[in-house]
Design a protein around this ligand. Structure first.
Ligand code: FAD
Length: 450
């Protein structure tokens, strides 16, 4: 255990980003007695949930000089889990009385309702007073080379009118990881003459009227966007490498939407050849192939790296041992219920920083990370899936909860989440199922916080 921290010490902490992770981090850090500054480059909090019509000038988002649009949310997006599961543990995502009629009361509401919920959260806990809006962090680096403990944060406010260079005791990185696109490798693509884009730049289906579109990917985005576009496009084809090679399935309820195996190659004449032997003349290929972790401001002299989408080394996906606890990350794991996990990660970081929660020694953390990486290797899990949690998320959340002396994940949340995964696989086009007993258990818990 780390003996260096005296109990309940307060520190000056910089939080980078005021999305859901940064908002809840700020709350937990302040609750623990730390003094907090949140840096947010946008005009308001809410991160990816701030929908915008704006898209990037480069539809594939590979041009490093492009001006970056943070949100990847499209107009029709509804959350893919229930609102009961989605919300923070102690600030339930319920339909609030007395709020405006523009709110969306559905169990799987639109993105605008999530943003409104986050605004409610920020207001309830007076978080905005800790946030410097329109302030972009340009650099986060150890304040003194070779000395672990303090961080130099360089930031620029409101289109470079104010530049700051400050020292903080700790930095908590909450910059989101759905901004920097990953692209599929397609044989022949350099001479293909059709259009290409990434789903990061997709907003509405109308521009795809009468087009023949191929989407690559099997994420919720590919699922949602293919159905969205099918209402306007001439044909929509979804290519998915996890499908068996001979896959060719017409989607029920649609006469212009098909699922294939992966793309074998593309040709100069605009044709796309699938592994199943079908060849189609295509107008647009859309990569719904996810994102890369990207920390353009972080300068750790190569100690924390992103290698094939593995951010490391990180103990429990949060602390790099060399800098623990003075540098931490929130929101690295994926295929999770993010908000409750952010809440627990934030409590852990806040408690460790104050010295109330002990951290394993640096050597133990390094050993744990090595063991974890070897387990992944033995299981044949590629590096790029290091942070994918899926079924193990509740074990992870419960471990965090145990460190923070919090209750474990509620049984109803686990059951509802699992049932939803099954529902989504079987009926991705519908949002309802019978789970009244779980809803009533959830609302019993929520009454503790009303
Ligand atoms: P973000 O929400 O991305 O916030 C990061 C913040 O950091 C932003 O405000 C950004 O402006 C700021 N920032 C970044 N860099 C800097 C810098 N250098 N200086 C200052 N500020 C900076 N989750 C669900 O729970 N349910 C869903 O249904 C769901 N659907 C999704 C659909 C899509 C298309 C996408 C992209 C994501 C979806 N998610 C969903 C996941 C979603 O990303 C998380 O819910 C959550 O928004 C992540 O929060 P975050 O705070 O980590 O990141």
């Amino acid at each position: 255990m780390t003996p260096a921290l005296s109990p309940t010490r307060s520190h000056n902490v910089a939080v980078i980003g005021a999305g859901p992770a940064g908002l809840v981090a700020a709350r937990e850090l302040r609750r623990e007695g730390h003094s907090v500054v949140v840096f947010e480059k946008q005009k308001q909090g809410g991160g990816t949930w701030i929908y915008t019509d704006e898209v990037e000038s480069d539809p594939l988002s590979v041009d490093s000089t492009r001006s970056i649009v943070h949100s990847s949310v499209y107009s029709s997006l509804r959350i893919n889990g229930t609102r009961e599961c989605t919300g923070f543990r102690d600030f339930p995502f319920v339909v609030r009385s007395g709020v405006s009629e523009s709110r969306d009361p559905r169990r799987f509401p639109s993105h605008g309702e999530v943003l409104a919920y986050l605004q409610d959260f920020a207001k309830e806990f007076a978080i905005e007073e800790m946030v410097r809006f329109e302030t972009e962090v340009l650099k986060v680096a150890p304040a003194l080379e070779g000395e672990i403990g303090k961080w130099r944060i360089e930031s620029t406010e409101k289109e470079k009118r104010v530049r700051r260079d400050e020292i903080y005791d700790a930095a908590v990185v909450c910059n989101g990881h759905y901004v920097e696109p990953r692209l599929a490798q397609i044989p022949g693509i350099s001479s293909w003459l059709g259009k290409e884009m990434h789903s990061h730049n997709y907003r509405i289906p109308e521009p795809f009227k009468d087009q023949i579109v191929v989407l690559i990917g099997n994420s919720s985005s590919a699922e949602d966007i293919s159905r969205d576009i099918a209402t306007f496009a001439k044909e929509v084809h979804v290519a998915c490498r996890s499908n068996p090679a001979d896959t060719f399935i017409k989607q029920t309820g649609y006469n212009n939407l098909w699922t294939h195996s992966s793309i074998e190659c593309v040709h100069e004449d605009g044709s796309v050849v699938f592994q199943n032997g079908k060849t189609i003349s295509v107008d647009i290929i859309m990569h719904c192939t996810g994102y890369k972790y990207h920390f353009p401001f972080l300068d750790t002299n190569g100690i924390v790296t992103v290698d094939d989408n593995r951010v490391g080394p990180l103990c429990k996906d949060v602390f790099p041992p060399a800098f623990a606890p003075w540098l931490s990350f929130i929101g690295i794991p994926w295929q999770v219920l993010p908000f409750p996990m952010f809440e627990l990660q934030s409590k852990w970081i806040a408690g460790v920083l104050s010295g109330r929660i002990p951290l394993p020694s640096k050597e133990d953390m390094i050993m744990e990370i090595k063991t974890f990486y070897s387990t992944l290797e033995v299981q044949g899990i590629p590096k790029r899936y290091t942070h994918r949690m899926g079924n193990t998320q509740f074990e992870y959340d419960n471990w965090l909860a145990s460190q923070c002396w919090c209750s474990e994940t509620e049984e109803w949340r686990k059951e509802m989440c699992s049932a939803n995964v099954v529902r989504m696989e079987a009926h991705p086009e519908t949002y309802e199922w019978e789970d009244h007993h779980l809803i009533s258990q959830a609302y019993q818990d929520f009454s503790l916080y009303s």
